[in-house]
Ligand binder design. Structure first.
Ligand SMILES: Cc1ncc(COP(=O)(O)O)c(C=O)c1O
Length: 493
């Protein structure tokens, strides 16, 4: 390695000179957003300076917002957009409860089945991002080690080995639970279904964020529940003021939301807000179904806490799975049902007795074998890079008025176009060109958000994706131009 000598000058300390060299490398693009900076040891040798000088330089660049530290991984160049797009506005859904119609969501889901379609509409990941080979190997080992047990029924709480690993991982989310308080489920979807079903009766109203994950709306529809949309901020989630008004009016039987990097809008509630929410729910004795399926996919230094971490009365039913981090197909998820544990276990027996044993043991083995944290670090970086590339492409190709969410985790982006834009038209036009998107109306029981859409950034970035965003941007611009011409024609005739 070539040593570059630096000398302290009157104007600049050594660490400032190191920082300046790195700044130049970032500025000229040699180090790109998402790239890892050289290790402290390597840089120390390269500039022949002390470790503390390098650390000081890194601290300076961190303060300037150019780089970010990731625990046990190193320093990375941050993703900075020259001019970040404006954020979507705070939502203002109609203040009444709706029965849920999921027919449009059903059509959109059907389009997701075709492999030739570019899947920007489904919240899915490139299979290359998941450790499928390692999981297949572990599944084989599990089948050989437990040739009969894997074919048995098992009992509702699920495999002890999995629940033990989940309890261990939940400590990072601020939750202290023991394996006995956890129930294995078939993904988050079943956990949410079981939770909602034990805390509500058909006809009840559930308070939800707005926009809201359409899978939750499908569950509400299946349980004959109504949905009350609560205004939601694009950065820190539902309005507690509106929620409190609804709770005080006695209109709401339960609350259900995605606590971290929500789908579709990407917001993440602050700890302070999570604590206030729990206090509010405790006051009115209203249960909360917490979906934390994206909690492990954070881009900043630490995992955000679960709302469950602040639960003092067992009113929070915590749901999550490995679908976004290891494999959606294994259908391994879990539920921490708090005070509803007995009812949930009985219901689980009635619904499907238990979750298949082999997938549970496979996931337990992967979580226990030590490669999990490395995998997560890699996955978070990939999701973050993909999201930054997609945001850049949206800024480049979409109409300049487009507002875009800025999630600090997860892998979906929420786009808001001018009020008269119709994302159902864009959906149909895009599908003719083999691109799927998720139109805004499927995220709202009141069919708000016709001018919005959700894009999936879970796929590895490629020129094909760049081209797909370019096509969508062009179609959006053409639609707005048609509207403009129609309006000018109307006003001149
Ligand atoms: C917010 C949210 N919850 C739940 C799910 C489904 O999770 P699972 O595969 O664990 O059932 C998804 C999938 O997209 C999701 O986005």
């Amino acid at each position: 390695m070539k040593v570059q000598w630096l000398e302290k000058t009157k104007e600049q300390n050594l660490y400032e000179q190191v920082a300046e060299r790195l700044r130049a490398l970032i500025g000229e693009g040699t180090l790109q957003p998402g790239d890892r900076l050289p290790s402290v040891r390597k840089l120390r040798q390269q500039f022949s300076v002390s470790i503390s000088t390098v650390l000081e330089a890194y601290r300076l660049l961190e303060d300037e917002g150019l780089i970010t530290a990731r625990p046990q991984s190193g320093y990375y160049v941050k993703h900075i957009l020259p001019v970040p797009p404006a954020l979507p506005q705070i939502s203002t859904p109609p203040p009444r409860a709706y029965a849920v119609d999921t027919s449009v969501a059903f059509q959109v889901r059907a389009a997701m089945q075709h492999p030739e379609i570019i899947q920007l509409g489904a919240a899915i990941s490139s299979p290359d991002l998941f450790p499928s080979q390692a999981l297949n190997r572990l599944m084989g080992q599990v089948m050989r080690a437990e040739p009969q047990k894997v074919h048995g029924y098992g009992v509702p709480p699920g495999c002890e080995a999995l629940r033990h690993e989940v309890a261990r991982r939940l400590m990072d989310a601020g939750c202290s639970v023991v394996p006995d308080q956890i129930l294995s489920t078939n993904g988050t979807t079943e956990a949410v279904y079981l939770g909602l079903r034990v805390v509500t009766q058909p006809g009840d109203t559930v308070a939800i964020e707005s926009p809201c994950y359409y899978g939750l709306l499908e569950t509400l529809a299946a349980l004959h529940l109504k949905a009350l949309e609560i205004p939601t901020h694009p950065v820190d989630g539902i309005s507690l003021e509106y929620l409190e008004t609804a709770l005080a009016q006695g209109k709401v039987a339960a609350c259900a939301l995605v606590s971290n990097f929500s789908n579709p809008s990407g917001h993440c509630m602050s700890d302070q807000k999570k604590k206030q929410l729990v206090a509010l729910l405790n006051h009115y004795q209203i249960p909360l179904i917490e979906d934390d399926v994206y909690g492990e996919i954070y881009f900043e230094a630490a995992r955000p806490k679960a709302i469950k971490a602040f639960d003092t009365e067992g009113l929070v039913l915590y749901c999550a799975s490995v679908s976004k981090i290891l494999s959606p197909g294994l259908r391994v998820g879990w539920l921490v049902p708090g005070r509803y544990q007995g009812q949930v276990e009985l219901l689980k027996i009635a619904v499907n007795v238990t979750t298949a044993i082999a997938p549970q043991l496979t996931v337990a083995a992967f979580l226990a074998n030590g490669g999990y944290d490395r995998h997560l670090r890699h996955l978070r970086r990939a999701y973050q890079t993909q999201m930054a590339r997609m945001t850049q492409a949206i800024c480049e190709y979409f109409p300049p008025e487009t507002r875009v969410s800025r999630p600090q985790g997860g892998h979906v982006l929420w786009l808001e176009l001018p009020p008269h834009f119709d994302s159902m038209i864009l959906y149909r036009e895009a599908l003719e060109r083999q691109i799927s998107i998720a139109p805004g109306i499927i995220f709202s029981p009141s069919e708000s958000y016709r001018n919005c859409l959700r894009l999936n950034s879970g796929l590895l970035w490629s020129s094909e994706l760049d081209h797909a965003i370019q096509t969508l941007g062009l179609l959006a611009k053409q639609q707005l131009a048609r509207q403009f011409l129609a309006q000018t024609h109307e006003s001149s005739s």
